[in-house]
Design a binder for this molecule. Structure first.
Ligand code: DGY
Length: 319
């Protein structure tokens, strides 16, 4: 008998093909977003769940999962949508999909940085709405990226790839993480032992830390105040690491020149003021959305399930 897997969202064709081949897969061809009650109902008689970050596994949901469910194999590197303590207490195995999305996420981070700095959102709107009437030497002046200082908060796999790409713009890389990295990982980047010490060195600040109770609203009014005037903030990690009110106030006051955001608190119903601000470049949580990466994320989640059902330790176990 093949293990039964509940797959909460429609996945890439190649991933669903492998799922059907190796498992008794309960797929979601209509890609309906399941409520917690539906999720629990559909988890009856399944051995594992393959969800995305769109499904929330709170302590309450985990407590109501049928006893047969052994594992949650996430189709995501982030796992802040799963209450890890509750999962551990229940003996659930939880896995994620690191590494395979670092390149795609770094690409989008660079796009956010350039888009925010060079006013991509405003420029595109001008052209699309036929509001572009003229050219003059002072028209649409932006911020040059080349040679500036880039601060990376969270210097894990994604942060390190961002650093490598940013060196193509001759940027000077500064970072903070909970520990100083080995020289080969640093590649010349300058370590700062606290976020507060990093802030004054950031013409651009990009956030790549995990979302956890410790990083909740890490970028708040006090830390924004420590950034150089006119800095630009990028976030492609999770919305929860930013205090929206503080960021919006700084974008309005001119303390910050611009921001580039891919992630938000309460997606897709984001803070309404972001939509009104001209100096934010907004993307809809698509950092890992390339065909290659989404296939790789699915295969990585399946590799983890294969290990679990073969009685081996899954490579990407987080609980
Ligand atoms: C991730 O993998 O965490 C992305 O944000 C998509 O869920």
């Amino acid at each position: 008998m093949k293990p039964v897997i509940l797959v909460t969202r429609r996945l890439p064709d190649a991933v669903e093909e492998r799922l059907r081949r190796d498992y008794d897969a309960r797929l979601n061809p209509e890609d309906v977003l399941y409520s917690p009650d539906e999720l629990i109902e559909r988890a009856k008689d399944v051995d594992a769940i393959l969800p995305c970050h769109t499904e929330k596994f709170s302590a309450e949901v985990i407590a109501r999962l049928p006893a047969r469910v052994r594992a949650i194999a996430n189709f995501s590197v982030g796992y802040d949508h799963v209450d890890i303590q509750a999962a551990k207490a229940r003996g659930l195995i939880v896995t994620n999909t690191p590494e395979v999305l670092s390149d795609a996420t770094a690409e989008l981070t660079i796009m956010l940085m350039l888009g925010a700095a060079r006013r991509a959102s405003e420029g595109e709107r001008l052209v699309r709405t036929r509001a572009w009437k003229d050219w003059n030497p002072r028209f649409m002046l932006g911020t040059q990226v080349t040679g500036k200082r880039l601060g990376i908060l969270g210097f894990g796999r994604i942060g390190q790839v961002v650093a490598r790409r940013a060196r193509g713009f001759d940027m000077e890389i500064h970072y903070h993480d909970v520990r100083k990295m080995a020289p080969e990982q640093e590649g010349g980047a300058i370590f700062h032992p606290t976020p507060e010490e990093l802030m004054p060195h950031c013409d651009f600040l990009t956030l790549h830390c995990v979302s956890s109770p410790e990083t909740l609203r890490l970028l708040n009014a006090e830390r924004i105040a420590l950034l150089p005037d006119g800095a630009i903030v990028i976030n492609a990690s999770r919305g929860a690491v930013v205090d929206d009110e503080a960021l919006i106030a700084a974008l309005k006051s001119g303390k910050l020149t611009a921001a580039g955001l891919d992630v938000y608190t309460n997606e897709p119903d984001i803070h309404p003021e972001y939509r009104e601000l001209p100096n934010v470049f907004l993307m809809p949580h698509i950092a890992s959305a390339t065909k290659e990466t989404r296939d790789a994320m699915g295969f990585r989640a399946l590799d983890n399930l294969d290990a679990i059902f073969a009685g081996r330790e899954p490579r990407d176990r987080v609980a």
